[in-house]
Design a protein around this ligand. Structure first.
Ligand SMILES: O=C(O)CCC(=O)C(=O)O
Length: 287
């Protein structure tokens, strides 16, 4: 549960962090499964349905950037994500009816973990309304030194920005083109076991991890059940199976707003890291 003042901070800033949501034992159990997946990545040489790999990945030195669709990979992830502690917290912001949109685990390994350029999640998955948010469960201390997320307060109340370059979706903004002053952005640190929550329109990004400490963040994208993806859903049963609280509806709420579709995609589009590769206006450097 959140206090009234935490709810107001989220409404005003578009993000929030809450410490101590999960115990050290819960974090350790999930962390052990994550390490098993990293170990298994030695067998692959390219991105696939499970793994997004950092440049330089080899069997001898596995470098995993992301575990995709994490919820489906092992029951420990779903158990953590569907815990009442977490969903009661989210319900304070989204209302009682909650659907999973997606999940991912961004690894940001020590010394090389890739940056994520500035973007609004909603640009990737526009819906009929914007009652969607992302929860980041910290599996490590996520601090400024090891590449915690940075967010621009109040940006969720502004426009949905252009994430295209030369007419192609690159999943990141050009801050100069958008007139955004990133000097007002703030780090959103959180310790292992804590969570961050950000609104789907909050502008955010994160730097490369050049520290000696890993930064693993398990991200859940959650939606109000009456928000429907503008790009549609090819399998309504699978879509409705992701309702974690409440039940299916055939009536979706529409909010007046201008939406750009995340199309067309470029040839190398895959995870956000690949989608952002062609971006010229990179803010975060990658060594
Ligand atoms: O892992 C991060 O620091 C940023 C994650 C993010 O914004 C994303 O994957 O969409």
């Amino acid at each position: 549960m959140l206090s009234q003042s935490q709810i107001e901070i989220y409404q005003q800033n578009g993000f929030l962090s809450v410490e101590g949501v999960f115990s050290p034992q819960q974090i350790a159990a999930v962390g052990a499964v994550v390490e098993e997946f990293v170990e298994r990545s030695r067998e692959i040489t390219d991105h696939n349905d499970i793994y997004d790999l950092e440049p330089g990945h080899t069997a001898e030195q596995p470098r995993v950037r992301r575990l995709k669709n994490t919820i489906a990979l092992h029951p420990v992830f779903e158990e953590m994500a569907r815990s009442d502690r977490l969903l009661d917290t989210v319900a304070c912001l989204l209302g009682p009816e909650i659907r999973l949109h997606g999940s991912k685990l961004n690894m940001k390994a020590a010394e090389y973990g890739s940056p994520v350029q500035w973007h609004q999640d909603f640009a990737f998955y526009p819906h009929t309304n914007d009652d969607l948010l992302a929860v980041g469960i910290a599996l490590d201390d996520c601090l400024e030194e090891n590449g915690c997320m940075l967010m621009l307060p109040g940006s969720h109340l502004g426009p949905i920005m252009d994430h295209h370059q030369d007419g192609v979706f690159v999943g990141a903004i050009d801050p100069r083109h958008e007139g955004v002053d990133l000097s007002h952005a703030v780090p959103v640190p959180v310790h292992a076991g804590g969570i961050t929550i950000h609104h789907c329109r909050t502008l955010h990004g994160s730097a490369q991890n050049v520290s000696t400490r890993p930064r693993r963040l398990f991200l859940l994208e959650l939606a109000a059940v009456d928000a429907f993806p503008v790009l549609g859903s090819s399998d309504l049963d699978a879509f409705n199976a992701k309702i974690w609280r409440g039940g299916p509806t055939t009536t979706y709420r529409v909010k007046q707003m201008d939406i750009r579709l995340p199309l067309p995609k470029h040839a190398r589009a895959g995870s956000i890291y690949e989608i952002q590769t062609p971006l010229r206006a990179k803010v975060f450097a990658q060594a």
